[in-house]
Design a protein around this ligand. Sequence first.
Ligand code: NAD
Length: 354
Amino acid sequence: MIVGLGKIGSLYAECYGQAGHRIGTVDIGNGADWDRVARVPDPSGIDAWVVATPTATHLSVVDEILRHQPDARILLEKPACYPDELDGLDRTVRRNPRARILVNDVYSHSEAVRRFATSVRQLGEFDPIRKITVEFTKNRELDIANGRFVDTRYGEAGYEGFHMLSILRSVLPADQYRTYLRTIPSSVTAEMRVRTSVAGLPDIELYTSSTGAIAYPGLAGFAFPEAVSRNYLTPAVIPYGSEFRYRFADVELRSGQHVTLVFEPFYGAEPDHKNIHAVHVRGTAPARHFLVAVNHFKEALLTQLNLLQHLGEGTSLVRPAEHRFLAALGSAMFTGTFPQTTENEKFARIGSET
Ligand SMILES: NC(=O)c1ccc[n+]([C@@H]2O[C@H](COP(=O)([O-])OP(=O)(O)OC[C@H]3O[C@@H](n4cnc5c(N)ncnc54)[C@H](O)[C@@H]3O)[C@@H](O)[C@H]2O)c1
């Protein structure tokens, strides 16, 4: 049952419909089978729910589903909820010990990310990681003018932050990743450049811009066609209305080698460019690269539905520490200071539940 049949909910409907699943839909607007969860006949018989309503409604929709089906299997869009509702979500999970809730995490189920992480792990065994840079840049000003990608709580961190953290989680050892989420970054700037430099972790930089300002054309620009270099990478700006997305993750090893995951490098040169990604290993002779052809949004939706079907009662994965980390970044961008004491105590308290 898909609750919220907007932009994202429609993608779920298409993906699960194509995979042969029987789908029902709930939306307060027109075009769905029912206008609210309470009107779904026999809700206790639903195999799995998707919640793709606006973030502000997630908690109340999840509560409503669980009132009708306490052991529901729910795939919840990200962010799971707004930062000040995380304790409420925690209470919901505790009050419903048989529920199974997964927060959609596309990049941790992406074959392209897996291929990248494998290369990093293999090389990193003998050649430690010196720096990790992840950039997700797109010009979203047209979307914003149309009311999409307007997050007043997580701010810029709410759009791509979860995806960038998923990629970081795939290459850092688990203990280092927990440390990262608890570490106050050295700096956080308005377009969202988050630099962290601390003993025990490689240097880490996450960068995202929704005004199209490219930060690191040199780190992944080599992978794109000449026209992309000329139009976007050399000027280092993606213009208003352009669909081009500059997204990569680069791991620099101590020897100077780079392992770089580049999303959609065939933009403008290949009709199916959205579903082709590349992992490049450079600085070795000869340089190597792998192509991964996959629609990772669909791949992740199918994998997570399957995961949800096999999760034992009371297993939920909502990643509160990541939500708190990104909320703190959002707050740093709004106020100019990273929340020090209370948030950090929280980080320490919940550090094990990334
Ligand atoms: N995973 C990703 O990469 C990704 C990308 C964009 C958005 N999102 C998330 O997906 C969610 C939905 O975003 P969207 O862009 O599809 O929004 P949208 O506005 O296009 O769609 C939301 C739909 O929910 C319906 N709705 C609102 N309240 C409802 C309720 N109480 N019950 C039933 N239906 C209700 C609306 O009528 C609308 O059709 C958000 O949480 C957003 O953060 C995730």
